[in-house]
Design a protein around this ligand. Structure first.
Ligand code: ARG
Length: 469
């Protein structure tokens, strides 16, 4: 049992506790002497506001527990469903909260397409929430500056990744940062009681069975029974994908320019429209469901479920085009570049100098990732079934089994290569096999080891060899 859990049911006084005893434990001012306590904070604070339980309870707490004079709520549109904005709007109205909605869908869609160029996945799923957070954090920072705020706040817990992703952006400004849920040690149960006592508007909407984070690129579902890794998710957790069944398969052609997807079935599309189109089209085939064990930045391992139909199609198609146009070495080296890009993106550190450097390499490779890929959508799968580019590092006549030569190179020219191929490995193995013997390992390496075993003197040390020691 957690002694700090304010909702610990064995302690009848617990529910009243956290706000009496808690002091905000963090701020942008780091020394203990000038750390503003909840009593001495003032001015306006901009809160990342979704209208969900966490951010709703933050509104009164920022005034009563921190001392801010005014809270403004900011909801950033990164492609959430319309109901979420209605919920945010209604909740803000009921709270009498000054509320702003910022449209960042285009900026976010561009980030998603950068992620395509980097083939960005983390532990087996396409990054989604992680890509959205820096966009949201920047948008809130801008609104805060415009409205004369001295502080920024989010409703993230102290256990997840999002607190880190928001704060790395915000702590680059000179505004105070507060995280009431984390700093006051709140639990969900406490928040529910607190909201009920104060008649806060937290009905319906996103407060169902699961904790859900939706944006244009992906839908993340976690919490409650899903926290148990053995629990099989009910069909009801999915909203973007139908159960993969035997829908009739369908082909879709994705056009790429410089590694960016730009067209579907020959029709040019802007990023937001292109992603939305594919979410629907591939989602209807059950494409893009992932159920993973995920290692969060703090080290906690959690079970997560995701839906990401468009991301699955685009990442797979993009990879298929790269396979055609990049050299083998570029392909294998880029895997490590992509992996680092995705790790930094997971951490919310997309503005790290390392990321710019990685993007330099990525951009250089993407100048040839232009062409089309045909994908087959069926039974929960999106498979590349055709690819075409004028940059293909490919010559049908050279690779074909039906032609004898490659330009002026004959089959026979490969004999010398075949003789050398693996020379060093054979030599090494011969040395290992005859370490205490006097055989010349070169013979074993060049004649396939035939003479080594046949040599009568094998195993006997020559007098010279023993003298040399
Ligand atoms: N675990 C993922 C991440 O950290 C997604 C979290 C989404 N949040 C949610 N409430 N489902 O990027």
């Amino acid at each position: 049992m957690d002694a700090n859990d304010p909702t610990d049911s064995t302690d009848p006084t617990a529910l009243d506790d956290p706000l009496d005893s808690a002091q905000p434990t963090d701020s942008t001012r780091s020394t203990d002497t000038d750390e503003p306590t909840r009593a001495d904070r003032s001015g306006r604070v901009a809160l990342a506001f979704s209208g969900g339980l966490d951010t709703t309870v933050c509104v009164p707490l920022l005034e009563t527990e921190y001392g801010y004079d005014e809270v403004i709520g900011v909801t950033v549109d990164v492609g959430q469903p319309p109901e979420e904005f209605e919920e945010a709007h209604e909740t803000a109205a009921a709270l009498d909260l000054e509320h702003y909605v910022v449209d960042a869908t285009d900026a976010f869609a561009e980030t998603c397409l950068d992620a395509v160029r980097a083939n960005a996945t983390y532990q087996g799923y396409p990054l989604g929430t992680a890509l959205a957070r820096p966009v949201i954090a920047e948008a809130i920072l801008e609104i805060a500056a415009e409205h004369g705020c001295t502080a920024l706040a989010h409703g993230c817990t102290g256990k997840g990744n999002d607190q880190l992703r928001f704060e790395t952006v915000w702590r680059g400004s000179d505004l105070e940062v507060c995280a009431p849920v984390r700093e006051l040690g709140l639990t969900r149960k406490f928040e529910q009681e607190y909201a009920a006592e104060r008649d806060l508007p937290v009905e319906g909407g996103n407060e169902g069975d699961w904790s859900i984070d939706t944006n244009l690129w992906s839908r993340a579902v976690e919490g409650n029974e899903l926290e148990e890794p053995s629990y099989v998710p009910p069909e009801g957790i999915y909203e973007w994908t139908t159960a993969p069944g035997d829908t009739e398969s369908e082909l879709v052609e994705i056009g790429f320019e410089d590694g960016f997807p730009v067209a579907i079935d020959g029709e040019a599309m802007a990023p937001v429209a292109l992603i939305s189109h594919l979410n629907e089209r591939a989602g209807a085939h059950g494409v893009g469901r992932t159920d993973v064990m995920e290692d969060r930045m703090l080290g906690l391992k959690v079970r997560e479920n995701y839906e990401h139909p468009a991301a699955t199609v685009l990442l797979s198609a993009h990879g298929a085009l790269e396979d055609l146009v990049l050299t083998g070495e570029e392909r294998s080296f880029k895997k490590s570049v992509d992996q680092r890009w995705a790790e930094k993106a997971y951490e919310g550190l997309v503005s790290a100098p390392l990321v710019s450097a990685l993007e330099g390499f990525i951009a250089e490779t993407q100048t040839r990732v232009t062409g089309t890929v045909t994908m087959r959508l069926a039974g929960g799968q999106a498979r590349p079934v055709g690819r075409e580019s004028s940059y293909g590092v490919y010559s049908a006549s050279a690779s074909s089994f039906n032609t004898e030569t490659v330009g002026d190179i004959t089959q026979g020219d490969a004999t010398g290569v075949a003789k050398y191929h693996g020379f060093q490995e054979r030599l090494a193995n011969a040395v290992i096999g005859s370490a205490s013997e006097a055989d010349d390992p070169l013979e074993a390496a060049t004649d396939g080891g035939l003479t080594a075993g046949a040599d009568e003197d094998a195993g006997e040390e020559s007098p010279e060899a023993s003298e040399e020691r």
